[in-house]
Design a protein around this ligand. Structure first.
Ligand SMILES: *[C@@H]1O[C@H](CO)[C@@H](O)[C@H](O)[C@H]1NC(C)=O
Ligand SMILES: *[C@@H]1O[C@H](CO)[C@@H](O)[C@H](O)[C@H]1NC(C)=O
Ligand SMILES: *[C@@H]1O[C@H](CO)[C@@H](O)[C@H](O)[C@H]1NC(C)=O
Ligand SMILES: *[C@@H]1O[C@H](CO)[C@@H](O)[C@H](O)[C@H]1NC(C)=O
Ligand SMILES: *[C@@H]1O[C@H](CO)[C@@H](O)[C@H](O)[C@H]1NC(C)=O
Ligand SMILES: *[C@@H]1O[C@H](CO)[C@@H](O)[C@H](O)[C@H]1NC(C)=O
Ligand SMILES: *[C@@H]1O[C@H](CO)[C@@H](O)[C@H](O)[C@H]1NC(C)=O
Length: 333
């Protein structure tokens, strides 16, 4: 009952496993409330009117793991604001910051900075040295048009990186080569006209999303052929797809090529060398059907969706690659 009363009066809620959460999204808070217990592990001040976090603003919260302060009109955060905390997850989406803040927060592993039209420059060399344990970085929906990249030099721990909707246009050679743990890379709508292994060599990409860019060729992704499972290339300017493009992508299970300018296909696009079986069907009816007719053992996860806008821009073709089916057939022989 005492906890319920606290919850009603102050917006506290606590759980029995050692976590203490403070939450107040009232839209009226302009500075950190003085009644937050110092044992708080999570502080949620989303949607308020805080404009800055000063020196050692959170230092009394020595158990603090997570701060959610999105949708505040923040313009500055002091370098020492999180000193002496255990901050692991910092969620600062849609504020008025114009730079990714420099913080003394060596334990930080998740940094969510999406939704900052004021952020135009990011020095990833500096950032990855400062936050040397970072695993997730989200800087989508910003206006980043100038970047500096580590270029093969330092070991970077980032696993999940979202740069969707920025104004990059190009990446420098070797940009993410040293990001050896990079598994999930989102680069949609960033103005890229080229992409390939010269930026991500030595990574372990599982998901790569490159939709809504200006790519004219199927990217060379041979360096991640042993790990890549999902590849999104929709809404680019790719004009041709060939067998060779897939040669090394042995773990791929999902490919989206819809709304490109493909006028040439190796038809049928069979990939026998790599235990794929491919069939192209032009009838619209097939669009929502599973591949069971041609490929009884394929599950939906083995279905490749392939919309090729032909020169006439009329017919939609679907390509189904049935890895499991073909492998089974081969093994059976
Ligand atoms: C949130 O903070 C405001 C301003 O301090 C306070 O008036 C309000 O009661 C708080 N709401 C909750 C649910 O704690
Ligand atoms: C944190 O402090 C509050 C209020 O002082 C107390 O009710 C709660 O039990 C404490 N929680 C932990 C995990 O120490
Ligand atoms: C931190 O705790 C000290 C001692 O209880 C107190 O004087 C100070 O005002 C607190 N600082 C903040 C930022 O709450
Ligand atoms: C990054 O933020 C955007 C916008 O909130 C969200 O849609 C996306 O899923 C986030 N990406 C990651 C990797 O968390
Ligand atoms: C980046 O965008 C800002 C704001 O639109 C502009 O002032 C600046 O010149 C641009 N910089 C580059 C390198 O394009
Ligand atoms: C990083 O590697 C790429 C090739 O992957 C190379 O083109 C570039 O020159 C290298 N950069 C540095 C600074 O060594
Ligand atoms: C990727 O790295 C390997 C060796 O680590 C090297 O042989 C190859 O040239 C590199 N490829 C690119 C495109 O940088």
């Amino acid at each position: 009952m005492a906890q319920l009363a606290l919850l009603l009066i102050f917006g506290f809620s606590s759980s029995c496993n050692g976590y203490f959460v403070y939450l107040n999204r009232s839209g009226t808070i302009s500075e950190i409330p003085s009644n937050i217990p110092t044992n708080a592990t999570k502080i949620d001040l989303r949607n308020n009117i805080i404009s800055s976090f000063g020196p050692r603003a959170f230092s009394n919260f020595t158990s603090l793991l997570m701060l959610e302060a999105s949708e505040n009109p923040l313009v500055s955060i002091d370098y020492t604001a999180f000193e002496d905390t255990k901050i692991d997850n910092l969620i600062l989406a849609y504020t008025q910051l114009t730079q990714i803040p420099d913080l003394n927060a060596p334990s930080l592993r998740h940094l969510h900075m999406q939704g900052h039209p004021g952020i135009t420059h990011v020095d990833f060399v500096h950032l990855t040295l400062l936050y040397s344990r970072l695993r997730l970085l989200n800087v989508s929906i910003c206006s980043i048009n100038y970047t500096r990249w580590p270029e093969n030099t330092t070991e970077v721990t980032i696993k999940n990186f979202d740069l969707t909707r920025n104004d990059l246009n190009t990446l420098s050679n070797g940009a993410m080569n040293s990001w050896r743990r990079l598994s999930f890379l989102y680069l949609e709508e960033t103005g890229l006209s080229t992409f390939g292994c010269s930026y991500i060599n030595d990574t372990e990409l599982i998901i790569l999303k490159l939709s809504r860019n200006h790519l004219t060729e199927f990217p060379d992704l041979q360096c991640v052929g042993q790990t890549l499972e999902i590849l999104g290339l929709a809404r680019n300017l790719i004009t041709a797809v060939a067998k060779e493009d897939f040669r090394d992508l042995v773990t791929l299970v999902s490919l989206d090529l819809k709304a490109n300018r493909i006028s040439r296909l190796d038809e049928p696009l069979t990939m026998d060398e790599h235990h794929f079986n491919a069939q192209i069907r032009q009838d619209k009816e097939m669009e929502h059907k599973k591949v069971s007719e041609s490929c009884p053992l394929c599950s939906i996860s083995r279905e490749f969706i392939f919309h090729a806008d032909t020169a006439s821009h009329l017919s939609t073709k679907k390509l189904y690659l049935c890895k499991a089916w073909h492998r089974k057939n081969q093994d059976g022989k």
